[in-house]
Design a protein around this ligand. Structure first.
Ligand SMILES: [Zn+2]
Length: 325
């Protein structure tokens, strides 16, 4: 009996850990901006793939949504969550980048007639067979949670920038949708509201978490971060983790992301110059970075993800060095 009770308690405690509906994580950030927040984990069956954030802005003449979450079902829950706040039409969905946890929910928005906007790179991503293979592996992992999910393209694609104007009281407010540079992927988009100094940054800025450098470009990522600092946002809403409120907090997170990328690049370059090949770099990169800054040891997933990042950045730097010759 005791064992059964214990088991029940474990199941109960475990079940409590994850939100059963996206709406449970809803937070009001400003008068008009709301967010829902996924757990800071890798995708698993237990967390249903709810590992990223999505945001929405309620204007007088409609709603603009940033990111679609990582399954059709979560996308539906996001629509329901928006509906619990406002009955204004959901007019625009902007997808910050074509990584599964940010766009797999797109169908929930296409089926209600919202314009879905992403970088042109989305088409390149979808035409690559590896995107379908990845979908199959997600299906294996998420099982019924992935039901209804389809790999759909956006209805509008951009290569540089696009402005959207929505009515806010007596005014029209500008939403700058722009591709600053290649960073976390080759098609990152940020959304900036200059009148309110609010920036939706996708996965370009990480607050004390290790960024993933496997599908973008580390060199231009640093430029992107400089551009973000120049904008001087007061509120920065990232694709994962908590909202960053206040210039100082934002500067700290942007500078931290920047410093990690530069430390990694600098170290890999030195190791290559010392004759280290890719396996050697991967093996030594953790200890070498800890020599520069021991606090990296406290960063979640550092020991696992840092060698993976080093693997990808190695080839980037090798290429840069070849071009210099
Ligand atoms: Zn991503």
């Amino acid at each position: 009996m005791r064992a059964i009770l214990f088991l029940f308690l474990i199941i109960f405690a475990f079940g409590e850990e994850y939100p059963k509906h996206v709406k449970e994580t809803l937070r009001k950030i400003t008068d008009r901006v709301y967010g829902v927040f996924g757990v800071l984990e890798q995708v698993s069956y237990e967390n249903r793939g709810f590992i990223s954030n999505a945001y929405f802005y309620v204007a007088n003449d409609g709603v603009l949504v940033v990111d679609a979450l990582s399954t059709y079902k979560l996308g539906r829950e996001l629509v329901e969550t928006i509906r619990s706040v406002t009955d204004k039409p959901i007019r625009f969905l902007v997808i910050t980048h074509y990584h599964t946890d940010h766009f797999y929910g797109i169908k929930a928005f296409r089926e209600i007639g919202a314009e879905t906007i992403a970088h042109e790179h989305a088409f390149e991503y979808l035409s690559n067979p590896s995107s379908y293979n990845f979908f199959l592996s997600r299906k294996k992992l998420l099982k019924e949670h992935l039901e209804g999910t389809e790999l759909l393209p956006p209805s509008i694609s951009i290569t540089k920038s696009l402005n959207i104007y929505l009515r806010v009281d007596e005014d029209y407010r500008k939403f700058e949708v722009k591709h600053l540079c290649r960073a976390h992927t080759n098609g990152d988009i940020v959304i900036y509201i200059p009148d309110e100094k609010i920036l939706f940054s996708g996965d370009i800025v990480f607050d004390g978490r290790l960024p993933f450098l496997g599908s973008g470009n580390s060199k231009s990522w640093v430029k992107c971060l400089d551009e973000i600092l120049k904008m001087e946002p007061k509120i920065l809403l990232p694709g994962h983790g908590n909202p960053l409120i206040g210039k100082e907090k934002i500067k700290e997170a942007v500078s931290w992301t920047r410093k990690y990328i530069l430390d990694l690049r600098k170290t890999i370059r030195r190791l290559i110059e010392e004759g280290c090949d890719v396996d050697c770099v991967r093996e030594r990169i953790n200890e070498e970075l800890l020599k520069i800054d021991p606090s990296y040891a406290q960063v979640p997933v550092f020991f696992r993800v840092n060698p993976v990042n080093a693997y990808y950045v190695y080839f980037e730097i090798e290429n840069e060095m070849l071009l210099e010759e």
